[in-house]
Write a protein that binds this ligand. Sequence first.
Ligand code: SF4
Length: 298
Amino acid sequence: MSRFQFTTGEQLLKLCTDRQIKISQAALLRECELVNTDAAELVVLMQNIYQVMKESVAKGIVSTEPSTGGLIGKNSSKMYQYWQSGQAISSDLLAKAVAYALAVTEENARMGRIAACPTAGACGVVPGLLVALQEQLAIADSTIIEALYNTSAIGIIIATNASISGAEGGCQAEVGSASAMAAAAIVEILGGRPQMCLNAAAIALKNILGLVCDPVAGLVEVPCSKRNAMGVANALVAAEMTMAGIESFIPFDEVVEAMNSIGKALPSTLKETARGGLAVSKTAMKYNDRIKSKPNNK
Ligand code: SF4
């Protein structure tokens, strides 16, 4: 009989309350039970994933190589230099996290190695925020690795009850899910209770409900990279509000339910088909024409 399985926020909270554990611990117990492995082994696997995240940040931030589609590649280094200049008016953490999120998405668009979190399209939000948070607040690796289990719990619930795929639910399912995952993880790192983590996830997700998936030329470059950067801000603000004691009026599970129905209601033109939204803007169409007229595309 499964003791640690959960598919909703409510079930997750009950598990946390009954056992007096954090969301990250509940997620780790669930995984141990599911794959019949001990926790130490799974923590090593998560360490490896975090290592990939850190490397994708480090590589991305120094590279100015164009992406495969040639649409992005230089923004993370620009943002990082801006952060280094001390001119950022938001906060050191936010400006650095934005640079890091851009870095990871640019690495992804160069076909570099990244950790999908929850997807490759939304790979910048969680690493961008967690790596920057670790550096700015001198947090131990073990705390971040634990927090990654928290992100997995949020991702599992969204994937089970809605979607984490842009092709299925629009960008709300990708950058929205990543924002919710990052927001919950930050709250746990800052000492927030499980209920507060779900609250932060709900606030972050609510803000992105309805966001469409409309990648230019079908490439995960524009608007994806900058959407990841905005996802960082979304997660951080949701976490800040939560830590200030603000609650989500709509509970997390109901937000996920709404996300699911909105995803189903979105037309196919706005679900990764590149047949609507920004993908058919004048500038996008000019780019498409340029690509088609390249000799190797004839
Ligand atoms: S626009 Fe589409 S492809 Fe790009 S990140 Fe969002 S969901 Fe992924």
